[in-house]
Design a protein around this ligand. Structure first.
Ligand SMILES: *Cc1c(COP(=O)(O)O)cnc(C)c1O
Length: 252
């Protein structure tokens, strides 16, 4: 068991965990004969304080993802003196779009055409664009956000009509608390969907990015072609809040 959350993991511990993950990513890349540069590490920092994120950023991390708009804004403010990429990876309520756009470089969790439409409206108003990934619910678990795999092609086609959203690829959470073959099936599914959608050559749609793999299963995700792995606990320790709080349907 990892030590519990924010208060017990000191800076040295975070840095050594980060080094360890770096090594494991490099080894997984080598095993699949992929270039190390083809996979990015995103630190999933829900519940982690800005000070601790700062430790990781100063140790070389470049990409951070948050699940809740309030946390995203507060920590982005606190870390405004540092240069790093800020992604949003949680379910986004449409009334929070304006806030999230203040800092975000990429919204990985576009999980409905309706949300995309509202994002488009706001981006038109601000006269700008934003990178997005379409989130797919590859595990078919009702408790998770994302479009159904069977609907993914349709959703991408619809979202592609919103010219302010630059579709870069797909994201999935996969099966919770699972690794091995069961988790791998979700990653295979996402990879196949990417290939399928890529072949359609939909105007304005790029499909390079596959954001998949978390602490228990990122090595399998890399073997299946992940371009971004999202890791929290293995760097920062166990979280005080159950993940259901971040992922459940009741959040809508
Ligand atoms: C928390 C979270 C992660 C990272 O999970 P860990 O098990 O802490 O590595 C990845 N993706 C999303 C969307 C998350 O909410």
């Amino acid at each position: 068991m990892l030590p519990l959350g924010d208060d017990t993991l000191d800076a040295d511990h975070i840095v050594s965990n980060l080094r360890d993950i770096e090594k494991r990513i490099a080894a997984a890349c080598q095993k699949s004969e992929r270039a190390r540069e083809s996979v990015r590490l995103l630190l999933a920092t829900k519940t982690v304080s800005a000070d601790r994120i700062r430790v990781a950023l100063e140790a070389g991390a470049t990409l951070v993802g948050e699940n809740k708009v309030q946390e995203f804004i507060a920590k982005s403010d606190a870390l405004a003196d540092l240069t790093y990429e800020r992604h949003y990876i949680g379910h986004l309520q449409s009334n929070k779009i304006k806030q999230v756009l203040r800092y975000v470089n990429c919204i990985q969790s576009i999980d409905s055409v309706e949300l995309a439409r509202k994002l488009q409206d706001r981006l038109e108003f601000e006269d700008r664009t934003v990178d997005i990934l379409v989130q797919v619910n590859t595990s078919y678990e009702a408790s998770k956000f994302g479009v159904d795999p069977d609907q993914a092609e349709h959703a991408v086609r619809e979202i592609a009509r919103f010219d302010r959203l630059r579709i870069r690829g797909l994201m999935t959470i996969g099966l919770l608390f699972s690794h091995g073959e069961r988790a791998r099936r979700c990653f295979v599914k996402l990879r196949q969907l990417r290939e399928q959608i890529e072949q359609l050559q939909i105007e304005g749609v790029e499909m390079q990015e596959l954001s998949m793999g978390m602490s228990p299963d990122f090595e399998e995700a890399i073997a299946e072609g992940a371009t971004t792995v999202r890791i929290g606990m293995s760097v920062f320790g166990r979280r005080p809040t159950p993940d259901g709080y971040f992922w459940k349907e009741s959040d809508r």
